[in-house]
Every structure is written in structure tokens, then in C-alpha cells.
Design a protein around this ligand. Structure first.
Ligand SMILES: [Zn+2]
Length: 256
């Protein structure tokens, strides 16, 4: 029965109660990718896990990894970073939860991707510090970066059909075609018609080499079509990806 000790950083993607005193957690770890583990006694008042195993917390975990098992057992866990500002602001909380949900849905277990891990821990840090108007653009930046880390980068600078530079007031976007289309190719490709500025805003975010709070633009008026492009793209290329429940609240209240 092969087993080894895994010591790694991880973000808590999901938690649920297990039995009287334990927790079942889904972690996205730097070294092992996603895995599920039980934390025995984690809900007892004097548990060695303390309050570390909460949604969105970045932790250092130790566990005995058994390759033949789907469910691992945590032997130790320390909180490295928690994000208190996310818990007191509904919009930031929704996007932080959505980032965790998205990583959970886009990944399979035990398939490490350090770049994706950095995207996730980075967006949680960013959600704490950006200005309110930049919260959603930061989430768009995260979606673009996550898609790239998973190997399916949307083309936003050139028409995916004729390779012309994407300029003009109105453009098109087709998830199956892999990105933007010019006004001539778009209608035949069956994508959605979007403002050129919406597509160019995403292209600008994609071109950023690193996250910097001051580089995040404020959210524009036409955010509905930007959401549709990103959601459609990830649904199309992410396989098992589906509706992000965490965003339902925002979508029902925010201006389109
Ligand atoms: Zn074209």
C-alpha cells in the first residue's frame, strides 16, 4: 500500500461537516493539485486544526497520501493567510467563492498545476486590496489567467478566422472558435455581437504580465457581455465546467 507524506500549501475550496466532530475538505494544493481529505475532530473546540480549515483560507497541510484512495487524511494544518475583508463584503466574498468554485470545477483530482495555484492565491490577495470598482475586473483577469494556466487561452487581439486585428466599434466573440472575430467573419461564425471596447478591455487584461492593483480598470457599463464571453469560453473549453452558483446573486442584482 504505497503512501508518502505530503507537505504543501493549499487553498480550501470546500468544506462540509462529517460525522459529529470532523470535516471533509476539498483542497487545491500547490504540489498535488486538488484532493479531498478528512480532518478528524476538526470541529471540536480544542482541535489541532484550530480555525484553519475555512473556505478560501490558504493553509500549510501535512497528510499521508495514499495513491489508491480518493479520500486522504489530514494530519496537520496551519493557516498561512486568511482573508478577513472577503468575509465582510458581499461582493468580494461572492467573487472569492466563485474563484474557488471555478478551480474546483475546472480541475480533476491529483493533477498539479502551480501556475493555476498562483492564480488562485493571487486573486484572493487581490480581492482584499483592490478598489470596489475594480473587484469584478480583477475576477475577469483571474478567469483569463486560469484559462491560460489550463492551456486554453482565448484569442482577443486578432480575428480567429481571418487573423485581422480586432478593431472597430462592434465585434464578435465565439467560444467554440476560441475568441474574437471581426465584423465581417463574426455573423457567419455564430458568435455573440459585443462592443469593441468590451473585447479590448479583456485584451488589455490578458496582456498584463502580472497583477498590480493599479493596473485593474474600473468595471465598465456593459459588463453583462464581458461576463457572457468569459463564462461561455470557460464552459466551452473547461469540459465539466458549468454554472457558477456563487455568481448568481451578483448577476441578479448588478447592472448589465
Ligand atoms: Zn475576420
Amino acid at each position: 500500500m504505497p503512501s508518502r507524506i505530503l507537505k504543501t500549501r493549499a487553498v480550501v475550496l470546500r468544506t462540509r461537516r462529517m460525522g459529529e466532530t470532523s470535516k471533509l475538505v476539498t483542497l487545491y494544493s500547490e504540489d498535488e493539485g486538488k484532493f479531498k481529505a478528512t480532518a478528524k475532530g476538526a470541529r471540536k473546540p480544542k482541535s489541532k486544526f484550530g480555525g484553519a480549515l475555512e473556505l478560501m483560507t490558504e493553509v500549510q497541510v501535512v497528510c499521508y497520501l495514499r495513491d489508491e484512495r480518493d479520500l486522504q487524511t489530514l494530519s496537520d494544518c496551519d493557516a498561512l493567510r486568511s482573508f478577513p475583508a472577503l468575509l465582510t463584503d458581499l461582493e468580494r466574498l461572492s467573487f472569492g467563492s466563485a474563484a474557488c468554485e471555478l478551480i474546483d470545477r475546472l480541475t480533476v483530482e491529483r493533477d498539479p498545476n502551480r501556475r493555476l495555484y498562483r492564480c488562485l492565491s493571487g486573486v484572493l490577495v487581490g480581492l482584499e486590496e483592490v478598489e470596489p470598482a475594480q473587484v469584478e475586473p480583477l475576477f475577469w483577469y483571474f478567469q483569463l489567467r486560469a484559462a491560460e494556466a489550463l492551456g486554453y487561452r482565448p484569442e482577443l487581439g486578432y480575428c480567429t478566422s481571418c487573423r485581422e486585428v480586432l478593431a472597430g466599434e462592434w465585434l464578435w466573440f465565439s467560444a467554440p472558435m476560441g475568441g474574437g472575430l471581426c465584423a465581417r467573419c463574426g455573423p457567419a461564425a455564430g458568435g455573440i455581437r459585443v462592443a469593441g471596447n468590451s473585447l479590448r478591455l479583456l485584451a488589455g487584461l490578458q496582456a498584463l504580465t502580472a497583477y498590480r492593483p493599479e493596473a485593474m480598470p474600473p468595471a465598465p457599463a456593459r459588463r453583462g457581455e464581458i461576463r457572457s464571453m468569459l463564462r461561455g469560453f470557460l464552459e466551452c473549453h473547461g469540459g465539466q465546467y458549468s454554472h457558477l452558483k456563487s455568481l448568481d446573486f451578483l448577476e441578479s442584482t448588478a447592472t448589465k
